[in-house]
Design a protein around this ligand. Structure first.
Ligand SMILES: [Zn+2]
Length: 482
């Protein structure tokens, strides 16, 4: 049995602070990572920082900081948000690290050895924001579709990667599901992009234009490796590629790359092509999430509607934020973050639904004065919830949560029907009340286990309260928002 699981969150470009969209991805990745840990697998959850490229140099210049210092400061903010979100991130690999640079030069040499790298003069339309050349067809009204800016015309001699050579092998890969893309419509997008024909990819910049920042091309000090060639390789250098062969052999290939829809092409076309060229193994699955809008609009600095996850966590607590991101935003579609929906989900599902049933049962147990069998229900005991495991295996976080809340609702209704508060009063019915309450307690213990990958703190709190022989009531898990 394959007992290891290697999962990555996309490595953010650290030219700014993390926003709520980053939080969505880091939390989604964390749920999968926690799930496999609970299933007793050995897991690595890796992310890192994409730090090379001209955009970083320009951003540092605007703040009057040396580029390395600028990267250090911003990378730190991302490391902090992984912690604040209570993720199980194991490793944060930075693209400006020595280890990474060495590994990226190794990757270059492997592709070169296979005859897939050549030099030629090139003129193209370049968006600095995307660090990408666009063809005229790909522009919208002559502008980059991501940044809505007119790209620069750039002419220089670069190294090229023979992407065109991999058109057929890539098509075969996706048609045979050798790399699984979730959701299916993203796979179709990739296939139709490949079918339009793939052009060779420029994979270096002149040192001058890159302002000397980045990974040097092996044996050519005048050129710097294009950031998308080196950035994707963080997934490999983070587990030892080029520096720790034993570690690399153990962990590569990645089981799942979690990414946003905007960088699908890099992960589903360039990355597998580079790996095929280097004769290295391919990642197994790519999970693609959508964007998080704010109050119905795209988040942007100029609209002033960028949601800062640090502030939200401070205000509502980390599990409330995790719950919103996982239940209110469909895992592979665009979603919205807004106060009204937040309050509704928080009060309805957390304060009333979960919080209320936990408080009700604790109070009944306390009032009965009974002692219960102490018990440590574990996650594997929830395997009988087949449907829950099935939807989680295919990353349907919202559906998995619905299954848990269905259980909560049923339990609440059962309490209403059985009216245990009446039974408690009758001294002749001590056996009956013990049976009734023991059932509730067992149900709550199971609910706590099911919640563990999603709301780890809340799960621990409930477990602590309900695992012993004597059960006491405590303050509300989620105080109502007014
Ligand atoms: Zn752009």
């Amino acid at each position: 049995m394959n007992n290891k699981y290697y999962i990555t969150a996309a490595i953010p470009y650290v030219n700014g602070k993390p926003h709520i969209g980053h939080a969505l991805e880091f939390v989604q990745t964390d749920v999968i990572s926690r799930y496999h840990r609970l299933m007793r697998k050995e897991v690595i959850y890796l992310s890192g920082a994409d730090e090379n490229g001209l955009k970083m140099v320009q951003a540092a210049e605007r703040e009057n900081l040396p580029v390395q210092e600028f990267c250090d400061r911003n990378a730190q903010k991302f490391i902090e948000i992984f912690k604040k979100l209570n993720t199980t991130l194991d490793f944060f690999q930075r693209a400006s690290s020595k280890i990474h640079k060495k590994g990226s030069q190794e990757l270059w040499k492997l592709c070169e050895k296979n005859g897939d790298i050549y030099k030629k003069k090139y003129k193209g339309l370049y968006c600095v924001g995307c660090e990408t050349f666009y063809t005229k067809d790909e522009l919208v009204d002559g502008k980059c579709p991501e940044h809505l800016k007119v790209p620069e015309v750039v002419e220089e001699e670069n190294y090229f990667f023979k992407l065109s050579k991999y058109e057929k092998p890539l098509l075969k890969l996706f048609e045979e599901n050798k790399i699984k893309i979730v959701p299916e419509h993203r796979k179709n997008e990739v296939i139709s992009f490949i079918k339009q024909g793939l052009e060779d990819l420029s994979i270096s910049r002149s040192k001058e234009r890159a302002k000397g920042w980045g990974v040097a091309v092996p044996n050519d000090e005048k050129q710097i490796i294009y950031i998308w060639f080196d950035a994707l390789n963080v997934y490999q250098t983070g587990v030892g590629f080029g520096t720790d062969e034993k570690k690399y052999q153990k962990w590569w290939p990645a089981d799942t790359h979690v990414i946003g829809k905007g960088i699908l092409r890099f992960h589903a076309i360039y990355w597998p092509a580079i790996l095929l060229s280097a004769h290295l193994e391919l990642p197994k699955t790519i999970l693609v999430h959508g964007y998080v809008n704010s109050g119905g609009q795209k988040m942007s600095k100029s609209l002033g509607n960028v949601i800062d996850p640090f502030i939200e966590i401070e205000k509502y607590g980390v599990d409330a934020i995790r719950y919103y991101l996982l239940s209110q935003i469909l895992p592979t579609e665009d979603g919205d973050y807004n106060g009204e929906q937040f309050k509704k989900a928080y009060n309805g599902d957390l304060a009333n639904g979960l919080g209320n049933v936990v408080a009700r049962i604790a109070k009944l147990c306390e009032k009965s004065g009974l002692k219960f069998e102490s018990n440590k229900t574990e996650f594997k005991d929830t395997l009988k919830e087949h449907k829950f495991h099935k939807v989680l295996e295919i990353f349907q976080f919202d559906s998995a949560l619905k299954i848990i809340w269905e259980k909560i609702k049923k339990l609440d209704q059962r309490i209403n029907n059985e009216k245990p508060w009446e039974v408690i009063k009758d001294p002749k019915q001590q056996d009956k009340i013990k049976t009734i309450l023991s059932f509730y307690v067992q149900e709550i213990r199971e609910i706590a286990c099911l919640l563990e990958p999603f709301l780890p703190d809340t799960s621990q709190k409930i477990k602590r309260q309900f695992s012993g022989k004597e059960i006491q009531s405590e303050g509300p898990l989620f105080p109502r928002l007014i």
